[in-house]
Design a protein around this ligand. Structure first.
Ligand SMILES: NC(=O)c1ccc[n+]([C@@H]2O[C@H](COP(=O)([O-])OP(=O)(O)OC[C@H]3O[C@@H](n4cnc5c(N)ncnc54)[C@H](O)[C@@H]3O)[C@@H](O)[C@H]2O)c1
Length: 355
């Protein structure tokens, strides 16, 4: 626990360049994390580690010129011993680096989504952090965007009665899909799922942040409390007109992929009521709130909303969908530790990527 006024030192692994600026290779999520640490009024950037000296130099110049620069994150962890570490690397490095940083016992690691490109790696991240008493939070920040928070409040206050079904649709399974699936777990109070039946199509597959995402597919699953969910992913996900639809016993709530972002229809009414929260589902304020929530967990000795235990449930659906497609069968959870079935099928030649 810490006192709500004490300073927390922060280290960043993977600086990046802000989206669409010179030299950028991605979204430069570390810059967005930094804005959250600054907003908290509690954090000081102590060090960064990046293989690119230029990215590291530009990062500290912008955020904290006296922060230390490293190319090797382990050396940084050994010398600096930060309180919080942001891991903003591409997904294939998440498990390796989180598991490598945890033994240095930072108080928390805030790692970008998705957890890892393999199920066993994702489990290892969670277990290694637990073993070392490190809080691991995964940046499924959209739980903190106002349209999502408002939808959850409406659901919890009974606006559509008890939740029965959820349907989601977005571009892919592992990249944007991890956000969509995480929303479903958020709405269903992080209830575990009990089985997954899925199918993927390799056509149109592409790498997103270096991680292979199947081109097209569907994942149907059942939560332990009986709520049913279906997630559609692929280039035609826009056909559905919603990102997530919640069906309750007396109405429906939809999270939309564009403004007005949130709407509600009560049973017996033909018209949708739009709910304006003044914020989109992509607003970075969600990241700032996620960081504030993480700091609050450090202060209180509690767990953050984005705790890896919650993220694991979402991640299990992703890998169980691949596994279900491989087995041509329903997969009962928990999914045993193992590599990603999609990558295994590509490696063995069972699935052939288009050129
Ligand atoms: N939460 C969200 O909404 C959201 C949005 C976009 C991206 N992301 C996720 O953020 C993560 C990072 O993506 P990004 O776009 O910020 O990346 P980026 O390409 O902008 O930056 C990655 C940085 O990592 C550095 N790097 C690479 N290998 C390294 C190593 N071994 N050690 C140290 N540094 C190394 C690179 O030099 C680069 O500076 C990805 O997992 C991505 O899925 C999340």
């Amino acid at each position: 626990m810490s006192t709500p006024s004490s300073e927390l030192t922060v280290a960043v692994i993977g600086c990046g360049r802000p989206l669409r600026t010179e030299g950028s290779t991605g979204f430069g999520m570390a810059h967005r994390h930094m804005a959250g640490y600054q907003q908290s009024g509690r954090c000081r950037l102590a060090a960064v580690a990046d293989l690119s000296r230029e990215n590291a130099e530009a990062f500290v110049k912008e955020h904290q010129p006296d922060a230390a620069l490293f190319s090797d994150y382990r050396e940084m962890m050994e010398q600096v011993r930060p309180d919080i570490v942001s891991v903003c690397l591409w997904p294939h490095l998440h498990a390796e680096v989180v598991c490598g940083a945890a033994p240095f016992k930072p108080r928390a690691i805030f790692c970008e989504k998705p957890m890892d490109i393999h199920w066993d790696g994702s489990l290892r991240m969670h277990e290694t952090c637990r073993e070392h008493g490190v809080i691991l939070a995964i940046n499924h920040q959209r739980r903190f965007n106002l349209p999502l928070a408002k939808a959850k409040a409406l659901l919890d206050e009974g606006a559509i009665g008890a939740l029965r079904r959820m349907e989601g649709a977005w571009h892919n399974l592992a990249d944007s899909g991890t956000h969509a699936l995480d929303m479903m777990f958020f709405f269903n109070r992080d209830e575990p799922a009990e089985w997954v039946l899925g199918q993927i199509d390799i056509r149109g597959s592409r790498k997103v942040f270096g991680a292979l995402n199947a081109g097209h597919g569907i994942s149907s699953f059942r939560f332990k409390n009986g709520v049913r969910a279906v997630y559609h992913f692929g280039p035609d996900s826009g056909d559905f007109g919603f990102l997530v639809r919640l069906s309750g016993e007396s109405g429906e709530i939809e999270i939309l992929p564009q403004s007005p972002w949130l709407r509600l229809r009560r049973t017996g009414s033909a018209a949708w009521e739009t709910v304006d929260t003044g914020e989109s589902i992509h607003d970075d304020k969600a990241i700032y709130r996620a960081i504030a929530d993480l700091i609050q967990a450090l202060d209180s000795g509690g767990r953050p909303l984005l705790d890896s235990e919650n993220a694991l449930r979402t991640t299990e659906i992703i890998f169980a969908t691949h596994e279900s497609s491989r087995r041509r069968a329903r997969v009962d959870l928990p999914l045993p530790p193992g590599p990603c079935a999609l990558l295994s099928m590509v490696e063995s030649g069972e699935l052939k990527l288009e050129n």
